[in-house]
Design a protein around this ligand. Structure first.
Ligand SMILES: [Zn+2]
Ligand SMILES: [Zn+2]
Length: 487
């Protein structure tokens, strides 16, 4: 039985399960372990019909559970020091989330459960909307694993995908939620997570599923600047301007403001606000240093700042205010919210034009694209193209990763260059690797027609999802130099 799940579970997990003599009943979504093999942090709550074995149900996604939770018949995921535990109507037990990660085995089993949750096929929802949200608030270290566990099980039950980071300083999330379940997602949040009471859901400009899977990760810092929270007041937040207030205020200033783009160079190069100071940096830590340099001696002036969704400004604004800056203003919801504001204004203007009514035209003071940290790698706010293809230099602002996943360079490549270099960064070895893969794929498709969808993969795995800290300009320059020195 276990063997049939090797593909679903992955080889490592499969080996662990085998070592534990674990059985998985996929139909009832239950792990069944012999009682003497139970890892210490999974506490049996109920003996099941499986005889001497104990069942560990790692899912709260059984049909109707949400309804039962609503009616008060099943357990609510609540954050408390008490263990999360309950017995379901059908007699199986809800597994208690791991509370300690001291033991190596515990860690592995926790991972195994998460892997299984992520990989078990689930009926796909059709239409998705993407939301981002964050909140700084202290969380006890011991609760982080529980929060991770509840988010994975509960959100998976309503087919939410995306990336959620939890840390001792709060939460930061970008998720895609099925359109018809946005309300239940929001009410789930309100009901079960009173600790995140100041969250604002910030919808993206375009609809669609921006992520493939749900990841919930425990992090040290939500946005890493290396500055200890003990050295400043994180809750001394800057003044939030709504996109409308931001637009009005910045449009009406008589002289250019101190306006700082708190994003990295690859984000601000494809789109930014007019008159913004854009530090040439690759990390948030560098940007915070740059911000202090820019603001030096301007304690009594208005400082304006913006980022993609707001979290970076909430933090860096608090850093400035703690240093005695009097007026720090940030764009609430970031460029994403501003983009939506412009979108709404355009729609309203079009509607007014269709009805031959008068409408005031709102001209975007942001030019170009908003870089997004999902597979879209950006959404346009205006049609202006501010960047150039890293390979040939023509006007282009479409980011992509080198198709050779071992290289994975994040770069701007125009359609012509993508075509010529087979979707790679153009390096000889990358082109070769991709061609080799295409041939392998062809061989698989022709030789094993029953393995539909099986993908040929390169032997080397990338170290990072995006090579965000590598500058394509530098790589292209080095390559050029190499070529000329060879001539
Ligand atoms: Zn090009
Ligand atoms: Zn490459």
């Amino acid at each position: 039985m276990l063997a049939t799940h090797r593909r679903v579970l992955g080889t490592t997990t499969h080996a662990i399960l085998k070592a534990l003599q674990c059985r998985i009943d996929v139909a009832s979504r239950t792990f069944i372990l012999p009682s003497n093999k139970v890892p210490a942090n999974f506490i049996p709550l109920h003996l099941t019909q499986h005889g001497p074995s104990l069942a560990y149900r790692a899912f709260s996604s059984s049909p109707g559970l949400l309804e039962r939770q609503k009616a008060g018949q099943a357990s609510q995921p609540v954050l408390s020091s008490e263990p999360h535990s309950s017995v379901l109507e059908d007699g199986t037990a809800l597994v208690r989330a791991p509370t300690t990660v001291d033991d190596e085995l515990d860690k592995v089993v926790g991972k195994m459960m998460r892997n299984h949750l992520q990989r078990t096929p689930h009926p796909p929802a059709k239409d998705y909307v993407t939301l981002s949200f964050y909140q700084f608030r202290p969380i006890a270290e011991a609760d982080l694993v529980k929060i991770q566990y509840y988010f994975l099980t509960d959100l998976r039950a309503i087919d939410v995908v995306g990336r959620i980071y939890v840390s001792a300083e709060g939460i930061n999330a970008q998720i895609s939620c099925p359109k018809d379940r946005v309300d239940s997602f929001k009410s789930y949040y309100e009901k079960n997570w009173p600790i995140f009471d100041k969250i604002r859901f910030n919808p993206a400009m375009s609809e669609g599923k921006a992520f493939k899977k749900l990841h919930v990760r425990i992090k040290g810092q939500l946005v890493a600047d290396g500055i200890s929270n003990d050295t400043f007041d994180l809750y001394n937040e800057p003044t939030y301007l709504t996109p409308e207030e931001w637009h009005k205020e910045l449009s009406s200033l008589s002289k250019p403001p101190v306006l700082i783009d708190m994003r990295n160079h690859y984000e601000s190069s494809i789109g930014h606000f007019e008159n913004a100071i854009r530090p040439d940096v690759t990390t948030f830590k560098e940007n915070v240093d740059a911000m202090f340099d820019i603001c030096e001696g301007k304690e009594d002036q208005d400082i304006y700042m913006y980022c993609t969704g707001g979290i970076r400004c909430t933090r860096s604004g608090a850093l400035l205010k703690s240093k005695g800056f009097k007026s720090v203003k940030m764009l609430q919801g970031g460029v994403t919210a501003y983009g939506r504001f412009i979108q709404d204004q355009k729609a309203a203007a079009e509607k007014a034009a269709a009805e031959a009514a008068e409408a005031e035209e709102v001209k975007s003071i942001y030019k170009g694209k908003n870089f997004t940290f999902d597979k879209r790698l950006g959404e346009p706010i205006t049609d202006e193209v501010l960047a150039k293809c890293h390979i040939c230099g023509t006007d282009c602002d479409t980011y992509c990763n080198c198709k050779n996943t071992a290289c994975n360079l994040l770069m701007i490549a125009c359609p012509a260059c993508q075509e010529t270099h087979s979707g790679t960064c153009g390096s000889g070895s990358c082109v070769e690797m991709v061609k080799e893969l295409q041939e392998k794929q062809k061989y698989i498709d022709e030789t094993y027609p029953h393995l539909v969808g099986m993908k040929a993969r390169p032997g080397v795995k990338p170290l990072h999802n995006y090579r965000l800290r590598v500058r394509p300009e530098v790589i292209m320059e080095q390559r050029k130099n190499k070529e000329t020195s060879r001539l």
